[in-house]
Design a protein around this ligand. Structure first.
Ligand code: FES
Length: 288
């Protein structure tokens, strides 16, 4: 599959936000006293443009950038969800559409999290990626549970919501790839209820003591990775294959047996090194 993420067409546009609070949440150059932001961005459609985002650092291979991180929240009953901020209406070039974004304070600076981080590799056309789509934000186990690689998932019900207690062995878990005790993984989907299989948003979720340790030193991790959970969109930023964490023995050939490995062209991502990067997010098709 070709990667249309790599070849954006850029143009200058001006973004106007309806609502002062929502406007402050946009990244870019905010003008004082008015809620307008100038961004270099992509052609018309719903959202997109130059984005600073956070993700698992690319360490090897042809992938152009890191795997986008999904900030995690855990509800009062212990169910795991990916953060999906309340949508707000913006206007660009005379076109109105919805965006979902919020701000974090990290080391005295503002970091804007936007669901536009995930608009690449065709995901921008998926139902669930629309900010105002009906789908909720809970993570659910993949319908095709990879029990050969992750035997611990044998007893879970495919499609069910993910609960913290399911990962009670995370401090010791291991399989026959790499080392035990690095992190317990699951494959999941997000905002993908009631959509055809080709529209499901793939997610890799890991609970790890490494993440817990990082959260003690890193304000971003502390706010987005509760109880040691870290999540990523599981689509390679190279040609959009689905990478795996501790799923293929050949990953050891690339020093990736404890990392995320894409066997299509041997790209390696480190889930325990979350960095900030920039890319050009693709616009969604026109909002209805
Ligand atoms: S390395 Fe090419 S698609 Fe992942």
């Amino acid at each position: 599959m070709a990667n249309d993420d790599n070849y954006p067409v850029e143009s200058d546009r001006r973004r106007f936000v309806k609502g002062v609070v929502g406007g402050a949440a946009l990244s870019g150059l905010l003008t004082v006293g008015a809620v307008s932001v100038t961004l270099t961005t992509t052609p018309s459609g719903g959202g997109g443009g130059t984005m600073d985002y956070r993700g698992a650092a690319r360490e090897l291979g042809p992938a152009p950038r890191g795997l986008p991180q999904i900030p995690i929240e855990i509800d009062d009953d212990g169910y795991v969800q990916g953060m999906w901020p309340e949508p707000e209406t913006v206007e660009e070039g005379g076109v109105e559409f919805e965006v979902s974004q919020t701000e974090f304070e990290v080391d005295g600076e503002t970091v804007t999290y936007s669901t536009e981080w995930f608009q690449y590799c065709g995901l921008q056309t998926f139902d669930g990626i629309r900010p105002d789509a009906d789908q909720d934000a809970y993570l659910r186990y993949d319908e095709a549970v990879p029990t050969n690689d992750y035997p611990w998932m044998e007893n879970i019900s495919p499609g069910s919501q993910i609960h913290v207690d399911d990962f009670e062995d995370y401090e010791d878990w291991g399989n026959d790839v790499g080392d035990a005790g690095i992190g317990q993984p699951a494959t999941a989907t997000w905002r993908s209820q009631d959509v055809p299989p080709e529209q499901k948003i793939p997610v890799l979720l890991i609970r790890s003591e490494e993440i817990e340790a990082m959260a003690e030193e890193d304000e971003w991790i502390a706010q987005t990775c509760p109880e040691g959970f870290v999540a990523f969109i599981n689509k390679c930023t190279h040609f959009c294959c689905v990478p795996g964490y501790k799923r293929l023995g050949e990953s050891a050939n690339y020093d990736a047996e404890n990392k995320i490995y894409c066997n299509c062209h041997q790209s390696v991502y480190n889930p325990f090194n979350i960095i900030e990067e920039r890319f050009v997010s693709l616009p969604r098709p026109e909002d209805d």
